[in-house]
Design a protein around this ligand. Structure first.
Ligand code: ZN
Length: 243
């Protein structure tokens, strides 16, 4: 089995709950899809934990903007403020580590080719969102692998494309993989879900099923740390709403 996690955003409490669930299932291989930092109060520890636990790590837009302030212009004011705070607390070692992360990477699991990318296979460096079926359809032409795992929007989904070109949003859980189909899977967000469900989200993939796991964590503890760090109030509030 393979665990796919994304968008932790400095939320240590959510990450710890997810990692302990992954361990309980005996899953060894973890792919991280980017945005280790930004928004949350524990960027340094979260990075340390991720680099110890993950087989593969790629960069998200927040990870890149922390090391390149020139990218800040693409963020809203509260995200910018959180980025600046994150930059001020990260060690040099962590900053250098973020710099070493690629934008995408390929992986084989049980002979199945997988692409891991934070935002989209088409122009990963442009951080496009895949929010509609037509955006998903276009992106299927920008990778060769059978499975593409993404994050970025913090909203989990599975889009399936048959060899006849039919597209389908799959909502059955667990989602059973069908022959002659390719997939774009958004793994959701560990540390700041935005699909209306505040519980941490991640994916278990065993080669024949894709399963989204939702786990409650101590949101109030994370919020308390954010208040103490002086992070913007909307970022604190949204955690309990899952928006
Ligand atoms: Zn994110």
């Amino acid at each position: 089995m393979l665990a796919v996690i994304s968008d932790v955003h400095g939320n240590l409490e959510a990450l710890e709950v997810v990692l302990s669930d992954i361990r309980k299932r005996g899953v060894k291989d973890i792919i991280f899809l980017g945005d280790a930092v930004g928004y949350g109060p524990d960027p340094e520890v979260v990075l340390e934990v991720l680099r110890n636990e993950c087989l593969i790590m790629i960069a998200g837009n927040h990870d890149r903007a922390v090391i390149d302030p020139g990218l800040e212009e693409y963020f809203n004011e509260i995200a910018k403020e959180a980025l600046r705070w994150t930059r001020s607390v990260l060690s040099r070692r962590s900053t250098e580590f973020l710099r070493s992360l690629p934008l995408k990477t390929g992986y084989f699991y049980q002979d199945q080719a997988i692409l891991a990318v934070h935002a989209s296979p088409k122009e990963p460096e442009q951080w496009h969102y895949i929010l509609t079926l037509s955006e998903a359809l276009m992106n299927f032409y920008y990778f060769m692998e059978r499975f593409c795992f993404i994050g970025h929007s913090h909203a989990p989904f599975v889009v399936e494309k048959s060899d006849l070109g039919e597209l389908m949003v799959r909502t059955d859980r667990p989602c059973r993989i069908r022959d002659n189909c390719r997939y774009i899977i958004n793994a959701g967000s560990v540390g700041q879900p935005r699909d209306g469900d505040p519980r941490a989200c991640y994916v278990i993939f065993n080669g024949s099923n894709i399963d989204f796991i939702r786990l409650p964590y101590d949101i109030h503890k994370t919020q308390k740390k954010m208040k103490e760090a002086g992070l913007p109030y909307p970022l604190i509030y949204r955690l309990e709403k899952g928006v």
